[in-house]
Design a protein around this ligand. Structure first.
Ligand code: CAA
Length: 288
């Protein structure tokens, strides 16, 4: 990486974490949200995370100040994209929203800038078509995992036109932020969600048919399989609306019943029970 100025679009769960790890790796990071209050909320979250790292003795107070000084919040996308080397979008998982954003980024970012999407399931090849043909070799999927500062993986998705140079640049960025790369072809759900979602879906169906309590299903995976979280609490952690969307993409993409979202998941989402973020999903939060 030459310039090391990165733009992160979206300051939510994934965006703030991506901005944090980039700032921690020495990048000048612009954190974009159209609303100032949301952009500042993202920065405040990063400041809070870094304070916990100071309290645990992992970084010094000066390092926290230095990392925060590399982070600016932006509400004007055209200005935020000026002179960047890479943009990573982590906005709402809606293809139309992401396409609009990519078109705007394409118009404002330098010709050599890489436009990356943190999408968990939307086709990179299709997203790339919202940019001009000469940009498409520089469009790529860069899928982080939550919590971003903790999870050591980046899933790199090559669209039909993604170049080897772009893959190499993203591998370098992953090295900078201390993450390991796996490369996936551009298929629904890529590698990780292709594996994960049927597992979560089966746990939901088992719960729905009364096979065991939510606590016992989760304990089964934690104690019997050594998973850090059970499948129902992991679904709550990811967000049940997010899980539903990914399962719909997989189901539509492959046309196989095995990927169909379980009715209980739809019911919870319809009722506004989205998991941890809404206080209720398969479990209630905060957990006792
Ligand atoms: N942000 C930053 N750091 C966090 C964090 C967060 N939200 N949550 C936990 N951490 C850190 C803690 O500060 C702690 O750090 P230290 O080691 O420096 O003290 C460390 O993680 C461990 O945390 P805790 O001791 O509090 O809790 P834990 O041991 O139970 O771990 C967990 C929490 C890391 C979330 C663990 O339960 C876990 O790994 N769960 C599975 C997460 C997972 O599978 N994520 C992928 C989801 S799929 C996805 O993201 C992609 C998609 O497309 C759906």
């Amino acid at each position: 990486m030459t310039d090391r100025t990165a733009l992160v679009c979206g300051a939510g769960l994934m965006g703030h974490g991506i901005a944090q790890v980039l700032a921690g790796a020495g990048y000048q990071v612009r954190l974009y949200e159209p609303e100032q209050s949301r952009a500042e909320a993202g920065r405040d979250r990063i400041a809070g995370n870094l304070q916990r790292s100071v309290d645990k003795g992992r970084i010094t107070a000066d390092e926290r100040t230095e990392q925060l000084s590399r982070l600016s919040v932006e509400t004007d996308l055209a200005r935020a994209a000026t002179g960047i080397e890479v943009a990573i979008e982590a906005v709402f998982e809606d293809e139309a929203v992401k396409r609009d954003l990519f078109a705007l980024l394409d118009a404002s970012a330098p010709a050599e800038a890489i436009l990356a999407s943190n999408t968990s399931s939307i086709s990179i090849t299709r997203l790339a078509t919202s940019t001009r043909p000469e940009r498409r070799p520089r469009v790529v999927g860069v899928h982080f995992f939550s919590p971003v500062p903790v999870m050591p993986l980046i899933e790199l998705i090559r669209g039909a036109e993604t170049s080897d140079e772009t893959e190499a640049a993203i591998r370098a960025l992953a090295g900078d932020v201390g993450k390991q790369v796996i490369v996936s072809r551009d298929r629904p759900g890529f590698i990780v969600n292709r594996i994960l979602m049927p597992f979560l879906g089966e746990a939901m169906r088992a719960y729905d048919e009364g096979l065991g309590t939510a606590e016992d299903i989760d304990a089964g995976a934690k104690l019997g399989l050594n998973h850090p979280m059970g499948p129902l609490e992991l679904a709550d952690f990811i967000g049940l609306d997010v899980c539903l969307h990914i399962m719909e993409v997989l189901h539509e993409g492959f046309g196989v019943q095995h990927f169909a979202p379980p009715p209980v998941l739809r019911q919870l989402v319809d009722a506004g029970h989205l998991g941890q973020k809404s206080g209720r999903g398969f479990h209630t939060y905060p957990r006792s």
